[in-house]
Write a protein that binds this ligand. Structure first.
Ligand code: LLP
Length: 421
């Protein structure tokens, strides 16, 4: 459920008319709802209510806006980060280091040092060479790094290939069958304190079965690791739970169903459980608001050309992702249309033959469920400025990232003297 609703024929975000934000900030613009963020945190936490002291570490990659992170931090969430940039952003937004987990296959020695200085809760290691590097970095600082190994359970998550991470051919984690050997080697590294096991098999999962299969493997491994003398105290079950994008499709499993499954599978593990939800927390808490530039006739359906493009919201062109597109002030009629952006690529297409509200030049449209992997994946392709972001709470709203002047794009480059001579 979200807080984007129609009142008197116009879409509001909480109590603020979308049209008011468009008039003041311009379009395209991302808009986030605090009430929806808060609700999603509550629902996820409620789903996990049978577990003792879980750590919910928001996957910062889904939405790294400082105001969003600060909102989630105040609600008690930690952060799952994959770079020094995300780590420092999370800390700057007030998320304490002891609630931060560091994932990713390519952590550099510099990033490890920064994370150790900050005193993060756990590093999720993804290879033996990475374990060796972290041990060396920690020793050079007189520290021991708290670590888990992310295992690759070789489970098919049943989601888009580009967001599947738990198959043996994917780059993520250590092979399940090598796990005991990898843990044994890690124990001999003096700069590491081996405390846990981690797993994450993919994103936008709409079925609990692959998650359950992965968690069962984690449980079996914890048992074997303890038999081998490892003191396993944490298990990080990753993120991945899907959210509804298309109202005509069956709903994905609810956080309550997920929590019940986790509670059942992890009974007796005797560890602190960690979770890394991203999309579930922010996906439906954000929309991309855009204006129709013009409508042009097409061979089959009209092309609705909007002022947002693939550089603002990459998901449709990268993953063929489906986002609901709604008129902010629907006129009542619906018809098939192709919704495209102005970028010079055929892939700059948000929807083809979509049955949707009829819109014309100047009308506002909202791309729904754009709070996760939206602004964060934006680029300046076609020399388009990055999209601004707005956070709403009740009847209040604020620009939480301003639209940069186009000059910053031009001034960012340097023309060396020898080019001008
Ligand atoms: N933990 C790890 C280690 C991850 O790699 C990810 C996402 C998450 C947690 C959060 O997963 P979530 O709960 O959001 O599903 N750009 C793609 C999604 C990429 C997901 C990458 N990893 C998209 O727009 O669909």
């Amino acid at each position: 459920m979200d807080h984007f609703t129609y009142v008197d024929g116009a879409m509001l975000v909480e109590q603020v008319p979308m049209a008011e934000i468009a008039a003041k900030v311009g379009t395209p613009v991302y808009i986030y709802s605090t009430a929806t963020l808060t609700r999603h945190v509550g629902v996820f936490r409620e789903g996990l209510s049978q577990l003792a002291d879980p750590l919910i570490a928001f996957a910062v990659k889904a939405n790294p806006n400082a105001a969003v992170l600060a909102t989630l931090g105040r609600l008690g969430l930690g952060a799952d980060v994959v770079s020094a940039g995300e780590l420092l952003r999370a800390i700057a937004a007030g998320i304490p280091a002891n609630r931060i987990v560091f994932s990713g296959v390519g952590k550099t020695a510099d990033e490890m040092r920064i994370a150790l200085e900050q005193g993060i809760y756990q590093f999720n290691l993804e290879s033996e060479p990475e374990a060796e590097m972290l041990s060396e970095v920690a020793l050079s600082m007189g520290r021991r790094a708290p670590v888990a190994y992310r295992i690759n359970p070789d489970v098919d998550a049943g989601t888009h290939a580009k967001i599947s991470t738990g198959k043996s051919e994917n780059k993520f984690g250590i092979p399940y069958d090598r796990a005991l050997a990898s843990y044994a080697a890690a124990r001999d590294l003096p700069g590491l304190d081996v405390q846990g096991v981690a797993v994450h098999i993919g994103s936008q999962l709409t079925d609990l079965k692959p998650l359950e299969a992965a968690f069962v493997k984690v449980g079996a491994l914890i048992e074997k690791l303890r038999e081998a003398g490892h003191d396993i105290r944490t298990a990080d079950l990753g993120g991945g739970l899907g959210v509804p994008y298309d109202p005509s499709q069956p709903l994905p499993p609810s956080p309550a169903d997920y929590g019940a499954m986790v509670t059942r599978i992890t009974q007796g593990w005797n560890v602190r459980l960690l979770f890394e939800p991203g999309r579930l927390i922010v996906g439906n808490a954000g929309v991309l608001l855009s204006q129709v530039v013009r409508v042009k006739q097409g061979a089959q359906a009209p092309f609705v050309i909007v002022d947002a493009a693939m550089n603002d919201l990459l998901r449709p062109s990268l993953y063929d992702a489906w986002h609901d597109i709604r008129a902010v002030q629907p006129k009542g009629d619906r018809a098939a249309a192709n919704v495209v952006g102005p970028v010079c690529e055929t892939g700059d297409t948000f929807a083809m033959h979509r049955d949707m509200d009829v819109v014309g030049a100047g009308d506002l449209v909202a791309f729904m469920t754009a709070g996760a992997y939206g602004a964060t994946m934006a680029s300046t392709y076609n020399s388009r400025a990055l999209t601004p972001e707005v956070l709403v709470s009740g009847d209040k709203w604020a620009v939480v990232r301003a639209r940069p002047p186009i000059e910053t794009l031009i001034q960012g480059d340097n023309i060396p003297d020898w080019v001008q001579d």
